[in-house]
Design a protein around this ligand. Structure first.
Ligand code: FMN
Length: 218
């Protein structure tokens, strides 16, 4: 535990503030390597992942910040051995069905659209999707440390999921995703083999990081 001393405006006030201990667990280089390693493959080993590893992945997601610490994330995670797997599989668009079955696990993220802390009125949480997205990245990076890959999908019917799984109206399906170890490519069609690449281009910083006024590069 560390303590900081603060000076207030008129009086010298000692305040004890708990801060997190400074630990350097991951160097910049290691973090960059982890980010570099992550990508969204479509080839997967159709194999079980230990319960413990799955929990570690979701636990890492749980650590991300969220608006008012609402933690509006919820998930349905199914393996091919689950009774409802085919029901969930049928909610994806055809393109995603052509490869998502390569992995053993198929999941959906949900966001809760209203704050839980306001019991008196239903106050919309404008950042629920944002926070579910943050969760996904935390979870995805943890998966990467274990040589597991997460590929998210927007190509599915939220309506079908809501109906088939009787999802309460306060919750919205955000993305579907698969989890698994990287495959050897033999599970892909020739068209998908052509698309499969760990290197997807990124926009340069100047395209979106502005200073002083809109479009003025930082
Ligand atoms: C919210 C979200 C939705 C996506 N939807 C799909 C999808 O429906 N089908 C698909 O094949 N890939 C999908 N992707 C994967 C993206 O195309 C991919 O992340 C992007 O091209 C960058 O590539 P990378 O993840 O390999 O770096 C999605 C990714 C995200 C985050």
């Amino acid at each position: 535990m560390m303590f900081s001393v603060f000076l207030s405006k008129n009086l010298l006030k000692m305040e004890l503030v708990e801060t997190k201990e400074e630990t350097k667990l991951l160097t910049k280089k290691q973090f960059e390597e982890l980010q570099e390693k992550r990508w969204s493959p479509r080839t997967f080993k159709d194999e079980e992942i230990s319960h413990d590893k799955i929990l570690q992945i979701f636990d890492a997601g749980r650590k991300v910040p969220s608006s008012y610490n609402e933690q509006p994330w919820y998930f349905l995670l199914l393996s091919k051995d689950d009774e409802n797997y085919q029901k969930l599989f049928g909610c994806m668009v055809e393109f995603n069905q052509s490869w998502a079955g390569n992995a053993h696990y198929l999941a959906v993220s949900f966001g809760k659209k209203y704050f839980s802390r306001d019991k008196s009125e239903k106050k919309p949480n404008r950042h629920y999707m944002h926070d579910v997205g943050a969760f996904m990245y935390g979870a995805t990076l943890m998966a990467t440390t274990m040589d597991l890959y997460i590929h998210q999908m927007a190509g599915f019917s939220p309506k079908k999921i809501t109906e088939k799984f009787s999802i309460p109206s306060d919750y919205e399906p955000i993305s579907m995703f698969v989890i698994g170890e990287l495959g050897d490519g033999t599970d892909l069609t020739p068209e998908l083999t052509e698309k499969e690449s760990p290197y997807s281009p990124r926009k340069p910083l100047n395209d979106f990081l502005f200073s002083n006024e809109w479009k003025n590069p930082f």
